[in-house]
Design a protein around this ligand. Structure first.
Ligand SMILES: [Zn+2]
Ligand SMILES: [Zn+2]
Length: 340
């Protein structure tokens, strides 16, 4: 599958460019080694594009529901005004149409949004973001740049934080571990961009993605503080969910059938079981998603860079480089404080 990124990105001379089409990334590889590296990057980027453009999101869900209700209201009003009773099927079609339209629009926006980040990520791996030519072995100009011999795009040498000829670094978008998949499947932490626009997965607020070993290095107390700091702005959201759950439980309590009710006993039991199921689901949702809902990448980056940690893998950052970016030695992402 070929993704055409139309959004304009700029090289470090300020020239606009269209990032290389992923399908053509391997074309300029000169050695088997380069080809393997380019193919691995291509595979990762395809996965990320797919993930980013197909991710279920709470916002999208709300927008779909809101638009559907609005369209239904218009249809109902029209029917009422013209007295034409068409029944439920046209309304249902409208709802389906709206959901499909919103989903497609959202994917298109997501693709445009990450086009520029794709370019920066390719450059970070030592491959020209415009044409896909390997930047290996090029001389650095007086102002610290590399000039692509194929298309003359200019890239700052500092961008090449994950050059494909260097020892491999931690993956930027690791597939979720079982624990992550179980706990935060729907709201798996999104991809974010570092201060140099490179794509990386932001850590989750449970710090599951950070890994057991790194959590042990940070220590229980520091982990607790990090989690609390990342989640602080979403307190209102958790309160709202808590109130909704309390309301659901209260409803259940008030509608609990009397023990001696004989009328429609089977139906009553069905209702009770069904309500219990709903409440249990809600509780599970609140418990598992409460930590991830509403957390922005900006918040994670702000908290982590303040602590001098990588917002993707929580590794201690190196001292600022020549351009003022602090690099993560583990995954190669670049951060400024406050995050750009
Ligand atoms: Zn080039
Ligand atoms: Zn990192």
């Amino acid at each position: 599958m070929t993704f055409v990124m139309r959004r304009k990105a700029f090289d470090d001379r300020g020239e606009p460019y269209t990032p290389v089409v992923l399908a053509e990334m391997v074309r300029f590889a000169e050695s088997d080694e380069d080809r393997v590296a380019a193919r691995a990057l291509q595979k990762m980027l395809r996965r990320v594009v797919k993930e980013e453009t197909r991710r279920w999101s709470f916002e999208r869900f709300l927008i779909s529901i809101g638009l559907s209700i609005a369209f239904l209201a218009i249809i109902t009003a029209t029917l009422f005004l013209f007295g034409n009773m068409l029944g439920g099927i046209p309304s249902l079609l409208v709802v389906i149409f709206v959901i499909v339209a919103v989903t497609l629009a959202d994917r298109w926006i997501a693709k445009r949004r990450i086009g520029r980040a794709i370019g920066a990520t390719i450059v970070a791996h030592g491959i020209c973001g415009r044409c896909g030519y390997s930047l290996r072995g090029l001389g650095i100009t007086d102002n610290g740049c590399l000039v692509c011999p194929e298309c003359a795009s200019v890239w700052r040498a500092g961008r090449l934080t994950r050059a494909h000829w260097e020892p491999p670094k931690q993956p930027l978008a690791p597939k979720p571990t079982l624990a992550m998949a179980m706990r935060i499947r729907l709201l798996r932490p999104r991809m974010m961009t570092d201060s140099r626009s490179m794509l990386c997965r932001r850590l989750d607020s449970f710090l599951v993605s950070v890994g057991r070993q790194r959590r042990a290095e940070l220590g229980a107390e520091r982990c607790r503080q990090l989690r609390a700091a990342i989640r602080r702005p979403t307190l209102w959201l958790r309160l709202t969910i808590g109130v909704l759950l309390a309301a659901a439980l209260l409803w259940l309590f008030l509608h609990w059938p009397d023990a001696d009710t004989t009328m429609d006993g089977a139906l009553m039991r069905f209702r009770v079981l069904w309500s219990c199921g709903v409440v249990i689901l809600l509780l599970m949702l609140a418990g598992t998603l409460g930590g991830e809902l509403g957390i922005t990448a900006r918040r994670v980056a702000a908290v982590c860079t303040e602590e001098n940690l990588c917002a993707s893998c929580a590794t201690d950052l190196l001292d600022p480089d020549a351009e003022g970016y602090r690099i993560c030695p583990s995954c190669g992402s670049s951060w400024t404080n406050p995050p750009a």
